[in-house]
Design a binder for this molecule. Structure first.
Ligand code: AKG
Ligand code: FE2
Length: 364
């Protein structure tokens, strides 16, 4: 169940930091000041040569990251035809026969890259599983498209690519999207640094070979109210860019401070940007990693292509100087270790048979 009512209180449940959480639904006099819409920010200034333009953008971005944790990046400048072509390619992939997709099943790799079948993800344990299928790829020094130095720790292939002759279109299409999103993310990270009152290049040394993931997702229309496309959760990276198809809404929704779900429908020429758990951690909770979910109630097929961006795997981070409180001790954490821990929780929930507490990986 997504919502339960006790005699006096109603709660909404979600998965936050890999841990189940809940929030009281507040209405009337108990309601607090919170957002009721996701702000739209014109990103054209991200390409401006003038620092003061980039600073004015950073100011708007910083307010959205603090107050909402989500914003629409409008006029992002990424080629629309490239985005349309990528949507066409992922639709073509998901339309392939099951056995072609299952060749690259995600449970065959340590990083859970490849194909995730319907109902295999289960971010909300109260549901029968996520009503979606997906394909995940990301940083992989052995993929020549990434032009990354191969060090001993990254020498094993991480991505899986289908080999059936009918799938040759897929890899180049995803890599075109990957390259465009990576380049936009690097610019956005500099805006984030400015928004945190840091030098623009502050994060550059820890993002030379960033951890990245594209998750191509297909959500069929759902007919049962108790189903979810993806259960309520926060993301475990620095930030996520979501490119969503114009079809099917309402679908993506974010949870405000009063426990109400706010719709985030498609908006032309925009990505949805959301702050995720690492940026919440390093800002000591000043920036919000906002709970969100997808319920495809619009009666149409929906496709989306989240791009998840994090620092280098070896990086160690902690709460930024400007966000520390006197007298508190702050631990460092390893980005790669933290990420892998969260990945394990996220990708094995459905394998953990109730009561047994044992996670079985069927393929490795
Ligand atoms: O499909 C979407 O709009 C969002 C997907 C999402 O939240 C995720 O993959 O973490
Ligand atoms: Fe998410």
């Amino acid at each position: 169940m997504l919502i339960t009512e006790t005699e006096t209180e109603t709660y909404v449940y979600y998965h936050d930091g890999g841990i189940p959480g809940r929030r009281r639904v507040l209405t009337g006099a108990t309601a607090k000041q919170t957002f009721n819409a996701v702000p739209k920010i014109d990103m054209r200034r991200i390409y401006s040569e003038s620092l003061s333009d980039r600073q004015s953008l950073a100011k708007e971005v910083g307010a959205a990251c603090r107050d909402v944790g989500f914003f629409y990046a409008v006029n992002h400048g990424v080629d629309e035809a490239l985005l349309d072509d990528t949507f066409a390619a992922i639709k073509q992939f998901f339309d392939l026969p099951e056995e072609v997709k299952m060749e690259v099943h995600n449970q065959k790799t340590e990083k859970y890259r490849g194909y995730e079948a319907f109902l295999e993800g289960k971010l909300d344990p109260g549901t029968r599983g996520d009503l979606k299928e997906g394909f995940l790829m990301g940083e992989d020094a052995t993929d020549p498209e990434q032009n990354t130095p191969i060090t001993p720790s990254t020498a094993k292939p991480r991505n899986q690519w289908p080999t059936h002759p009918s799938t040759t279109f897929f890899r180049p299409a995803l890599y075109r999207y990957y390259t465009a999103m990576l380049s936009f993310s690097r610019r956005l990270l500099r805006i984030f640094a400015l928004a945190l009152d840091l030098p623009e290049t502050h994060f550059d040394p820890i993002t030379t070979t960033p951890m990245t993931n594209i998750r191509a997702v297909h959500y069929p229309p759902q007919s049962r109210d108790e189903d979810v496309g993806i259960g309520a959760h926060t993301d475990f990276c620095w930030f996520t860019l979501v490119c969503q198809s114009p079809t099917a809404h309402p679908a993506l929704e974010v949870l405000n401070g009063n426990g109400h779900w706010i719709p985030v429908p498609f908006h032309p020429s925009s990505f949805v940007v959301n702050i995720a758990d690492f940026l919440k951690l390093v800002t000591g909770g000043t920036w919000a990693s906002t709970v969100h979910r997808v319920r495809n109630m619009g009666g149409e097929e929906r496709y989306s292509m989240p791009f998840f961006f994090s620092p280098n795997e070896e990086a160690r981070v902690s709460v930024l100087e400007g966000f520390r409180r006197e007298g508190e001790r702050y631990e460092e954490f390893g980005v790669g270790e933290y990420f892998q821990r969260r990945l394990e929780v996220d990708r094995t929930t459905h394998l953990d048979k109730e009561g047994e507490g044992v996670v079985r990986r069927p393929y490795i």
